[in-house]
Design a binder for this molecule. Structure first.
Ligand SMILES: [Zn+2]
Ligand SMILES: [Zn+2]
Length: 176
């Protein structure tokens, strides 16, 4: 029970996953491993919205958690929504085992701008750390620089850092 598994859902750039290993290990002190890709649940696709409903995807993924996983981070390159929200960057089981992030809205090219690979990676890392933080029981932070600050928009993601504020760092360390 010492691992964080990074699990690509559908096609995800392997280099992106590999780049996440070290910064996630630094923050959570667990071995980080990349698992084989899992297929996207096409039944969750909503043609009218051109988006995937997150909850059935999560339900299906939860059946595929590896027994030796302490935490599982699923990464998908499709747009996700949940009832009452236009879209979501990610979601997690509070104090649970697993979380999911969507990276599609983290690219500048999604907004018709030219791609910025470094900015894209920073955003992916922040969302990954944020959702994993929730699985360790961390709640949202009022400090806009803390990685546990809620991202209502990409602007919030860009303002916050990929690290925990002192309070959240201390809270996390008690749980590692
Ligand atoms: Zn959150
Ligand atoms: Zn904080």
């Amino acid at each position: 029970m010492e691992n964080i598994y990074l699990v690509p859902i559908g096609e995800i750039d392997k280099a992106l996953l590999e780049k996440l290993i070290e910064p996630l290990h630094d923050r959570f002190k667990l071995t980080v491993e990349i698992s084989a890709s899992l297929p996207i649940l096409e039944e969750a696709y909503n043609f009218k919205r051109n988006q995937y409903l997150a909850s059935p995807i999560l339900d299906q993924l939860k059946k595929n958690i590896q027994p030796d996983a302490k935490k599982t981070l699923w990464i998908i390159d499709k747009d996700l929504y949940t009832y009452g929200l236009n879209f979501i960057f990610g979601l997690a089981d509070i104090k649970g085992q697993a979380c999911l992030i969507s990276i599609i809205r983290l690219r500048e090219s999604y907004y018709g701008k030219s791609e910025d690979k470094e900015l894209f990676f920073e955003r992916v890392l922040k969302e990954a750390v944020h959702e994993l933080g929730h699985t360790f029981g961390l709640r949202h932070c009022e400090n806009p620089k803390c990685v546990m600050h809620f991202s209502n928009s990409l602007l919030d993601t860009d303002i916050k850092e990929a690290d925990f504020c002192d309070r959240h760092q201390a809270e996390l360390e008690k749980k590692l």
